[in-house]
Design a protein around this ligand. Sequence first.
Ligand code: IFM
Length: 441
Amino acid sequence: MPNATYTFPHNFLWGTATASHQVEGNNLYSDWWHWEQQPGKIKEGHTSGLACDWWGGRYLEDFDRMVAGSQNAHRLSVEWARIEPTPAFWDEDALDQYRQMLLALKARNIQPMVTLCHYCHPQWFLEMGGWQNPQSVAQFERYARKVVNTLGDLCDCWLTLNEPNAYVFQAYMDGNFPPGKKDMNAAFEVGTNLFRAHVSAYHAIHNLQPGAQVGWALYVLLLDPANPASWFDQQVTDQQHRLFNDAWPSGYVTGEYQTLLKAIPVPQAKGALDWVGLNYYQRQLVRFNPLQPTHLFGERFSHPQDEKSETNFISIHPQGLLRVIKWGAQLGLPMYITENGVEDSTDRIRPRFLAQHLRALWLACMQNYDVRGYFHWTLVDNFEWERGWTQRFGLYALDTATQTRTARPSAHMYAKICRENALSSAVVAEYAPEVLAQLFP
Ligand code: IFM
């Protein structure tokens, strides 16, 4: 048996990522809470309910689990709908609760990374037109200022937006996130306003906190042409990649936001980014299909050889992580893997998923790509948006009726990796022996 260790760079950040609506519970003033109450919106009629009961105080025990798992960083979000439940009314108690959470992380030597907006908004914001309303940009900046003014002494690493590209797609093309539209014009309008919102919040945060490190996290969907020899497949793949993945990073370089037919000037976007957050889950193939105009004539599907997650939601392609990092490196900025994980209630797949992806990540580090940390999605099973509780992404299983957490084997595996700052053949042999020869040839 091989005896080898893939060691990560000194000071590498190891953690998990969470989002407020998915873990806190009772997020009463949010668009998502309202959405969930409508029949047919969430699989099996699920609702977020108490979620993981962080708002009821269970974040403390979960932070202890992070410590037990040797994690030194955590990516969490704050909830706009709690902080500003009605326009311009700031709920200081809610802000204080976030303060307590950040203090609890600090007390455990866990470095926080805070997302300001992770898919979820105040219901009043949605009723005012959401991101279609041009005022949304100023409203978001005001909210960002309030949060950074109040919590800036406890955090200097901010994400303005989580996966704005996926949000636009889900909420304005597929219609399975609120406001549930299927309207390509609205989608580009919203994408542009989200881009402007990041830029204006970026500058506002730097004004208040000159040393802040401000980024965003993109859902990077790795796309390959179904038939590499087909000109049509290649064209639609390039087009989807350009609009879905590339619009945000290239906007930072050009000062323009790329929509379908034109580039919108946002001059202050040039340079308005300190680091790049990459959320990587899967790759898909794209085939030209003239019957799919709403998908830009590209039909997407899984590669037949890629392993599928439990409910077929994710088409697993670990080597893709290295490609995604190389793509992210074009900006010359530090990078973090801000999300990566798999839905797998029985932990049949997750240990090898972890081993394979971390081996790809290690290769990237060895090639001197500036990746500074990895945040696994997620610590404890949480509310998975339109899929409700039907998908289980946690290192810990959650019984929602009792709020009991049970460690899956991969929780122990990830703890060893974090503690050793390394992926060793011994860990892979213990938890994912089926990929030992592949990863330690
Ligand atoms: O749960 C989500 C998260 O909120 C955003 N990225 C993908 C995760 C898994 O579906």
